[in-house]
Ligand binder design. Structure first.
Ligand code: NAD
Ligand code: UFG
Length: 334
């Protein structure tokens, strides 16, 4: 079975390609290398023994994208390609809507034209907004998003749901990721942030490697056990495994399902910091700052649906996530 992976050289995409190849799937990657590099293909080959077919193509280039469909008999699509920086999306909404919405529509139109009926889409816990009680359950539906990035995820969910209502042959799985962190155990692939990291673990990794002086903790006066924000961190390899399960599910079921992918457990910023200190064997300097605008106190998933429908349960704990992140950071600096 041949899977088209858009954004396949990116952080989550590269780990997913590894898991797909390990499970006997053929992989065709489309990526414009905006936020990744071609060397990832060699790393994927080093891990799996297989080099995926690669097209350096922008999903906004519909003609270029069509070539991928004419040259390959695609059976299913996993759609990762998109921009993901929340703050940047506030400053450049049209850029975000163009890439994340127009790009996606190009892809969905070509899927229709070439009778590709299975789709797994990268959504985010951000679509719950601040409207609901934790743990977030899929049945809550879509909340009020607070930035164009989040809105682009919500709009994609709505577009796919409408497509699926209009075409009963479609099988779509919308995966709402919580907070993916960590790296492959080989240390060969992981998250390489562009510029100053916005996310917690990439920032901690840069403090540990000496690129930044200290971690800024955005507020310690939240209504959480230690006052710092609580999130559902999930190992990126667990998340990648969930995509293989979603593809297997899509093969057997029609319609659209929304499924949370997290561990169901929340950790505070302080807890993550301490787990990372354990992994790297040194103290990590930090300062408590004002709250970051737009942050919520606590976010974690209800994971029952993923267990029931996909038979998916995350395996790795926070210690392992930090150990793998640290190993990747060390290997990167060599
Ligand atoms: P990433 O930036 O590492 O990967 C995205 C890839 O898509 C990159 O390789 C980039 O070059 C490519 N890309 C972007 N625009 C493209 C275009 N127009 N044409 C072709 N390729 C394009 O990001 P990631 O962390 O791996 O995230 C993957 C997906 O998961 C994204 O859609 C993101 O919004 C979603 N997501 C990520 C997180 C997270 O915390 N990392 C959380 C929830 C959802
Ligand atoms: N944090 C710090 N210092 C930092 C970075 C983060 O204290 O330098 C704190 C935040 O305040 C928050 C926690 O660490 O309490 C996690 O923050 P991240 O930025 O790592 O993650 P978020 O939960 O804010 O956002 C992530 C993705 C979004 C996505 C959202 C919901 O980055 O794209 O999860 O899925 F929308």
């Amino acid at each position: 079975m041949k899977i088209l992976v858009t954004g396949g050289t990116g952080y989550i995409g590269s780990h997913t390609c590894v898991e797909l190849l390990k499970n006997g799937y053929e992989v065709v990657i489309v990526d414009n290398l905006y936020n990744s590099s071609v060397e990832i293909l060699d790393k994927i080959e080093k891990i799996t023994g297989i080099k995926p077919v690669f097209y350096q193509t922008d999903i906004l280039d519909k003609e270029g994208l069509e070539k991928v469909f004419t040259e390959n008999k695609i059976d299913a699509v996993i759609h990762f390609a998109g921009y993901k920086a929340v703050g940047e999306s506030v400053a450049k909404p049209l850029t975000y809507y163009e890439n994340n919405i127009s790009g996606s529509i190009n892809l969905y139109q070509l899927m229709k034209k070439y009778c590709v009926n299975s789709l797994v889409f990268s959504s985010s816990a951000t679509v719950y907004g601040d409207d609901f009680e934790v743990p977030f359950k899929e049945e809550y539906g879509l909340g009020t998003t607070t930035n164009p990035y989040g809105t682009s995820k919500k709009m994609n969910e709505m577009i796919i749901t409408d497509m699926s209502k209009a075409d009963p042959e479609l099988s779509c799985v919308l995966l709402r990721y919580f907070n993916p962190i960590g790296a492959h155990e080989s240390g060969l692939i992981g998250e390489i942030p562009n510029g100053i990291p916005n996310n917690l673990v990439p920032y901690i990794a840069q403090v540990v490697s000496g690129q930044r002086g200290f971690l800024r903790i955005w507020g310690n006066d939240y209504d959480t056990p230690d006052g710092t924000g609580v999130r559902d961190y999930i190992h990126v390899v667990d998340l990648a495994r969930a995509h293989v399960k979603a593809i297997d599910y899509a093969k057997e079921h029609k319609g659209t399902e929304v499924i949370n992918i997290g561990t169901g457990k929340g950790y505070s910023v302080m807890e993550v910091l301490h787990a990372y200190e354990k992994a790297c064997g040194k103290k990590i300097p930090y300062q408590i700052m004002e709250r970051r605008p737009g942050d919520i106190a606590t976010c974690y998933a209800d994971t029952e649906k993923a267990e029931k429908l996909l038979n998916f349960k995350a395996e790795y704990n926070i210690d392992r996530m930090c150990e793998d992140s640290y190993r990747f950071t060390v290997m990167q600096s060599k």
